[in-house]
Design a protein around this ligand. Structure first.
Ligand code: IPD
Ligand code: CA
Ligand code: CA
Length: 293
């Protein structure tokens, strides 16, 4: 007969073995996740109500084709305020620089509105992205699709979810059956030849190609099996921090254009359903060099 003492020992061991980092408590992570979801949904509510209100004179051009308005800034302030209460010890990396405190083991990485160009053109495809990094590793990510109210989330080691339902990447085995997605850099000085050659390759060898305009959602669409592979360069850490964890937890693979791990810095990324990863990396490596990514 199993004694109650034995049962207790076994359950503690399983808890530690399943844990990505034994120093972080599962209940604590679950509680943070709950609060991050509420925070993202609140910011999304605000963004949604402003969709038809932004006036032309309220739009600022940060750099070529990179736009911002009070909506991005206010959403970020709302998120930062909430998360500072959730976890006072944590620092922040945020796109709109309303808070910049990176001297902590725990860092929130926030894009308050990913897909600003879509938002300002009233194209209903944009999201709130929030990730939590602990000692350099992403441990929690939430991407909230503002207009569809789809909340994608993942805690390291616990799978990926959309509105509470587990999601996983597609099983598509060949490029000929693959729906691809990408994004285009804004820089006017960029050498577009490798990019155009790569597009031509997909036109001839893949099933289709989409440019949705919100990197965080591109990654979640890979995680949910809606698209099979996504790649883009000239990104920032806040575009992909949450989405990368969600893809990995959904069984996908993420790397830079050459199969390495420089994507962790946030500038170039390939995310696939795993089956296609080597094939996509082979095409990108053939067309791009480190200097032309
Ligand atoms: C942009 C979007 C877009 C990508 C750009 C990003 P923003 O983020 O994710 O899809 O192509 O590179 O900068 O500026 O809308 O937060
Ligand atoms: Ca972004
Ligand atoms: Ca943004």
């Amino acid at each position: 007969m199993v004694t109650p003492f034995f049962v207790i020992i076994v359950s503690i061991q399983i808890k530690i073995m399943n844990h990505p980092n034994p120093t972080l408590d599962q209940d604590q992570l679950a509680s943070w996740m709950k609060q991050v979801k509420v925070t993202a949904a609140e910011a999304a509510d605000f963004i949604r109500t402003e969709l038809y209100k932004v006036k032309q004179e309220q739009i600022i051009t940060k750099e070529l084709n990179s736009l911002v308005s009070y909506v991005d800034k206010t959403a970020e302030e709302m998120i930062v305020k909430r998360l500072s209460e959730v976890l006072p010890a944590a620092g922040f990396i945020t796109e709109e620089d309303t808070e910049d405190q990176t001297d902590s083991e725990l860092i929130w990485i926030i894009d308050p509105l990913d897909g600003t160009s879509n938002f300002l053109h009233k194209i209903p495809h944009f999201a709130v992205s929030i990730a939590l990094r602990y000692q350099g590793e992403m441990i929690l990510g939430v991407v909230y699709d503002v207009m569809r109210s789809e909340c994608f989330s993942a805690i390291k080691g616990q799978g990926a979810y959309m509105n509470g339902t587990k999601i996983k990447v597609s099983a598509v085995p060949e490029l000929s059956e693959a729906m691809m997605a990408t994004g285009f850099p804004y820089a006017s000085s960029y050498d577009f030849k490798p990019l155009v050659d790569t597009l031509q390759y997909w036109f001839q060898h893949a099933r289709g190609l989409r440019r949705f305009g919100a990197a965080a959602l591109d990654l979640c669409f890979v995680a949910a099996g809606r698209i099979d592979a996504y790649y883009e360069s000239k990104l920032h850490i806040w575009d992909i921090a949450a989405g990368v964890l969600i893809v990995e937890e959904a069984g996908g693979v993420v790397s830079d254009y050459f199969g390495g791990d420089t994507h962790k810095g946030g500038t170039q990324i390939v995310a696939t359903n795993a089956n296609l990863h080597d094939k996509v990396v082979a095409v990108l490596s053939q067309n791009f060099t480190q200097d032309t990514v």
